[in-house]
Design a protein. Structure first.
Length: 221
């Protein structure tokens, strides 16, 4: 697994790199969003740890531009604990959010959790008719055409598949995919499922609404 650390503070990059290397992650580093985009275009990156306030190109601008070319999980780091930053970040497709100062151990734990939930390192593919998930490539295809899912939509689909035929409440989905400290409500889940269904097209009905409970993923009805 290769982690891209994007922060204009060298000390923070050094600390994250040291902890990541101790967990056998490879690392790349960038001082700003512009440098990070150049790395994204050349390297196979599995996850991005991203600062918000940076020169040349800030983190949120980078996130918006990156999503146009690659679908990679992102953890945002910010010195500002403002609701606006969090909401914009999640709207743009970030997977998690930590406020500085942060615990490097907690950051590594969140990195591991996101990679595990998103299927990274899993050599198997999920195949249902012409719907295919390539876990190693972090990609979803229908009839060999790649779907343009956000990282959170991809993570949500993978979580449904791993819990196939199990009714999952909105609270379960929020706590497992967004985290207990996420600022949001049930509408966050409903909105992401609506977008995921739209992207799945003819397979939208695989995500079944369970009245009074939540949702479940069903391939055999």
């Amino acid at each position: 697994m290769k982690i891209l650390i994007v922060d204009d503070e060298k000390l923070i990059r050094d600390v994250i790199r040291e902890y990541a290397l101790n967990e056998s992650f490879e690392t790349e580093e960038a001082e700003n969003g512009k440098e990070a985009l150049e790395i994204i275009e050349k390297e196979n990156i599995d996850l991005v740890v991203l600062d918000v306030m940076m020169p040349k190109m800030d983190g949120l601008t980078f996130l918006k531009e990156m999503k146009k070319i690659k679908n990679i999980p992102v953890i945002i780091l910010s010195a500002r604990n403002e609701e606006y930053d969090k909401l914009i970040g999640f709207d743009l497709g970030t997977d998690d959010y930590l406020t500085k100062p942060f615990s490097p151990k907690e950051l590594i734990a969140r990195i591991k959790a996101i990679l595990k939930r998103s299927g990274k390192g899993n050599n198997d593919n999920f195949i249902y008719k012409d719907l295919k998930i390539d876990y190693n490539a972090h990609s979803v295809y229908i009839n060999s055409k790649e779907l343009k899912l956000t990282p959170k939509e991809y993570e949500l689909l993978c979580y449904f598949i791993k819990n196939e035929n199990i009714a999952l409440s909105r609270e379960q989905l929020l706590s497992n995919l967004w985290g207990y400290d996420f600022y949001g409500d049930d509408r966050t889940v409903d909105t992401h499922i609506k977008m995921l269904r739209n992207n799945l097209g003819k397979y939208r009905d695989l995500i079944v609404t369970v009245r009074g409970v939540g949702y479940k993923f069903v391939t055999i009805k």
